[in-house]
Design a protein around this ligand. Sequence first.
Ligand SMILES: [Zn+2]
Length: 278
Amino acid sequence: MMESCGVKEVLDWRVKSGVGIWQPKALMLPASVVCAFSSRQGGVSGGPYTSLNLGLHVGDRHEDVVTNRRRFSDALGIDCEGWVAGDQVHGKDVAVVGRKDRGRGALAQDTALPAVDGLVTNEPEVWLTCYYADCVPLLFWDVDGRAVGVAHAGWRGTLAQVGLQVVAKMVEAFGSDPTEIHVLVGPAIGSCCYSVGEELAGLFEKEFGGEPLTRKQVQTYLDLKLANREYLVRGGIPPDQIHVSRLCTSCLPGVFFSHRRDKSPTGRMAAVIGWRKP
Ligand SMILES: [Zn+2]
């Protein structure tokens, strides 16, 4: 599963205090950077949210989600009070945040930054998060390990190039150089499972030609991770600095929530990135 086509998975699975976590190989990251994706394993939520639902906005019991967020934080060795979240709208807006924003959207959805799908910071212990259950989570870091970013890209955000908006914001706000930015394209629904209608397929074909589309008999499948990667390459990120997870959220029901597979309601995973002073 994880090494099909001879391509190695970029994320490692580990379980800490019962919480299942996906993290990149240590050598990929500057020593200062903490970065991870959650799974559905190790939480207290029940029913369709079993068990590590990290989304506050999907109808789960509030106190259970907060407990789950604390468990995930503890497993990573970071503080939940330092999480920052946007109130995601499938758009392309990116906010620059700092230590003054620590805690926004961490324990209550109504304190999240309104209407943003991307966040960047160059301040320490500001843990940027996004929430997803098939959409593509994108994590960004500068080689010096002092500037990081996150984006949430479903098909709308992908076509709106929210990933490149994060890069542009890192350049503008922190003086980052695109050739020194790495991007991790996390677990998301894969082209194995993401069948789309002809209208949506046509929008992607117009941008990319046939590359992210696979046609099998009457069905068309879309590779959203590949489309995000392609935009990032066009925007000047060196291809060998774009690390794409092969994990499909829909293929692994014991590991991931999947909006497409489970229908609503279901839970959300979180992607988190930040840095701390050595
Ligand atoms: Zn799949």
